[in-house]
Design a protein. Structure first.
Length: 185
């Protein structure tokens, strides 16, 4: 079989079996050039466009993420500032309420003291009026009792109103002078 292969090779001429025929190489180069031209003209721009879009999306996404992060930081700072302001305002409100409470307590104490003083003054006034009334009643009773005793001691009737009034007044004056000297000691 080796002899037959050598005979075929000798008939075709001296051509290297590893190299294809020249017409195969030319047509292969033409086909490769057409495919390369189509690939370079249509496929590569589409692939580049897709890559550019992806790059834009990635870079845009990163940029949007950075912008969102900056915005989030600004919003967080605003929130913290508002929170600090709200805390300050709440502290001020608490302080105002505490001061108002103290003021109300002070006013209520003052009103209670005034009311107490008014009640005590009214009690003293009423007590003085009652004392005066009782003293007047006692003087009258004491005068009648003194006249009755004097009538019994003297044995005569002191029915005369003028005499009775004079005797009662004299007796009461003597009692007042005794009370004053006893109070002075």
């Amino acid at each position: 079989m080796a002899a037959a292969t050598i005979a075929v090779l000798a008939a075709e001429g001296e051509q290297n079996p590893l190299l294809p025929a020249v017409y195969d190489i030319v047509w292969s180069i033409v086909a490769l050039a057409v495919v390369a031209f189509v690939f370079w003209k249509f496929v590569l721009p589409m692939a580049q466009k897709v890559l550019d879009e992806r790059t834009d999306k990635i870079e845009g996404g990163l940029q949007r993420a950075e912008e969102a992060q900056v915005e989030a930081k600004e919003t967080l700072e605003q929130y913290r500032a508002q929170l600090a302001e709200a805390r300050t305002e709440a502290a001020q409100i608490r302080e105002d309420a505490r001061l108002q409470g103290q003021q109300i307590i002070t006013e209520m104490k003052a009103q209670a003291q005034e009311e107490s003083e008014r009640i005590v003054a009214a009690g003293h006034t009423q007590l003085a009026a009652q004392r005066q009334q009782i003293v007047t009643e006692l003087r009258g009773d004491l005068g009648r009792t003194a006249v009755d005793l004097a009538e019994k001691v003297i044995g005569e009737s002191l029915s005369d109103d003028v005499k009775r009034a004079g005797s009662i007044d004299r007796f009461l004056d003597e009692l007042d002078s005794v009370d004053k000297t006893a109070a002075g000691k």
